[in-house]
Design a protein around this ligand. Structure first.
Ligand SMILES: [Zn+2]
Length: 293
């Protein structure tokens, strides 16, 4: 299930792996059951895979070991006895990072529950994440990005997983995002505003709004990728292609920016109705300023 939902993340990792450009510090966030552990294994395999292309191939000895959880250079960092990781454990990780991999291309440290890292431990880790050897990689798994201090977070690329507990609601919000996409294609600001106001009437919860905004941003991102000749993720396929034909790259980029900034704002205590109204106003203003196709 999570594989299907988060397919675009898997595709992103594959594409980066083929360019040899998987970032060395990644923050994987998402609710329980959204498949953070699966994605982490996939990333570690992409880093260790011995195939020339299409990493992770899933069949080479390195991939097999990673997927079986027995690769000596993919190290799970956790403490099952205690709530927090000890300073000593974290210091050991930092020292170990300077010892070359046993057999793999990289050394991958997977912090399975980043909530186990308190501020002090994160401070200790920071230097190694920042300036450790090139082969060292760090995957931080967390339900919430806020578990990681901004100092480390700023070094990480964040991968947000959806699904898990909220799958059904998110599914409805994906449908709504696709509807929004249709109005964006028509470039009718008035219809768009009316649509967003109708959502206001639907009494969305804050989690719905967040899901809606991230689905809409994802849809537009997929449309933009489409314009660069990439194949969009399945759940957005049809609408992403339609948007790619109707809007320019600049328009799509502008809309994504608006949606993302609203997404950041939706984390704070602002009313859902107010957010939708403001979004309608910003999108309408942007569409009229950027001209009708
Ligand atoms: Zn492989």
């Amino acid at each position: 299930m999570s594989m299907e939902w988060n397919r675009n993340l898997y595709e992103r990792i594959r594409a980066a792996a083929d360019r040899g450009a998987v970032h060395h510090a990644l923050l994987l966030t998402g609710p329980k059951g959204s498949g953070k552990g699966e994605l982490a294994r996939f990333i570690a395999a992409a880093m260790e895979c011995q195939a020339p292309q299409g990493r992770p191939c899933g069949v080479c000895p390195a991939c097999r070991k990673v997927f079986d959880g027995i690769h000596p250079d993919v190290i799970a960092v956790r403490d099952e006895e205690r709530k927090l990781l000890s300073v000593d454990t974290v210091r050991q990780v930092c020292a170990d990072a300077y010892i070359r991999p046993n057999e793999g291309a990289r050394k991958v440290y997977v912090f399975e529950d980043s909530g186990q890292l308190d501020g002090r431990c994160q401070d200790i880790l920071l230097k190694t994440v920042e300036e450790g050897p090139r082969y060292a990689a760090f995957l931080f798994l967390s339900e919430n990005a806020a578990a990681i201090l901004p100092t480390i977070r700023s070094r990480c690329v964040e991968l947000k997983l959806r699904g898990g507990e909220e799958t059904e609601e998110n599914g409805a919000m994906v449908d709504r995002a696709v509807e929004l996409g249709d109005y964006l294609c028509q470039k009718r600001e008035d219809v768009l505003a009316a649509y967003l106001c109708s959502l206001e009437g639907a009494k969305l919860k804050r989690t719905d709004l967040t899901a809606f905004l991230s689905a809409a941003a994802e849809l537009c991102t997929q449309a933009l990728l489409c314009q660069y000749g990439r194949h969009p993720a399945k759940i957005y396929e049809e609408m992403a292609e339609k948007l790619a034909k109707s809007l320019t790259k600049e328009q799509l980029a502008g809309i994504i920016e608006i949606l993302r900034s609203d997404l950041d704002e939706s984390a704070f205590n602002v009313g859902v109705g107010h957010m939708l109204g403001a979004l309608a106003a910003r999108l309408s203003a942007f569409l009229s300023a950027s001209g009708r196709g």
